[in-house]
Design a protein. Structure first.
Length: 183
């Protein structure tokens, strides 16, 4: 099955706060596209990365458990590794935060082997307006649940976007799981 898989509660409110707090001690940088290219017409966001060790290790363990269980039950992809760290993105209204239609598979070293994408919502729903994650895997646009702590997993080739944030700030956690290229 290649339809997205939604989880109502991957993280609790307290855990979402902890993830955001972990990133506050780090430097956020301007988000780019594959191979670090910048194009503000396509993406405006600030990003930082969580390490799989240290204070953020519990996040990575949770991601691994969820990916394992959902992949076995729903996707059955050949997955071999987490070759990239988990990304925390900040989409802010004052900067015009958004990410236009794209897929997560590309020509980059890691991007070409992405198989499964996981996006978790970290912000309170009333902390921002718009900024919705939309997917278009079958010709129909589907809006992901924006409830804090919810998550969605989908094949990395699925077209998706984050609509412009019109008020406030939206935090999200994105992880990619890698394996042999799709054929």
């Amino acid at each position: 099955m290649l339809s997205p898989y939604s989880l109502d509660r991957m993280f609790s409110d307290t855990e979402c706060d902890q993830i955001i707090r972990l990133t506050q001690a780090q430097d956020f940088s301007d988000a780019g596209l594959v191979r670090g290219r910048q194009n503000e017409n396509i993406r405006v966001a600030r990003i930082t990365w969580l390490d799989e060790e240290g204070e953020g290790a519990w996040v990575f363990r949770r991601v691994m458990e969820v990916v394992r269980d959902v992949n076995r039950a729903h996707f059955n992809f050949a997955l071999t590794e987490f070759a990239e760290r988990a990304q925390v993105a900040l989409y802010a209204s004052d900067a015009g935060g958004h990410f236009d239609w794209h897929s997560d598979i590309g020509a980059g070293t890691f991007a070409q082997k992405r198989k499964l994408t996981l996006v978790a919502q970290l912000s309170e729903g009333n902390a921002y307006e718009d900024g919705r994650l939309e997917l278009n895997g079958n010709g129909q646009v589907e809006t992901a649940d924006a409830t804090r702590g919810s998550a969605i997993l989908f094949p990395s080739f699925t077209l998706h976007r984050v609509t412009p944030v019109s008020r406030g700030q939206r935090y999200s956690l994105t992880t990619w799981v890698h394996g042999p290229e799709f054929t």
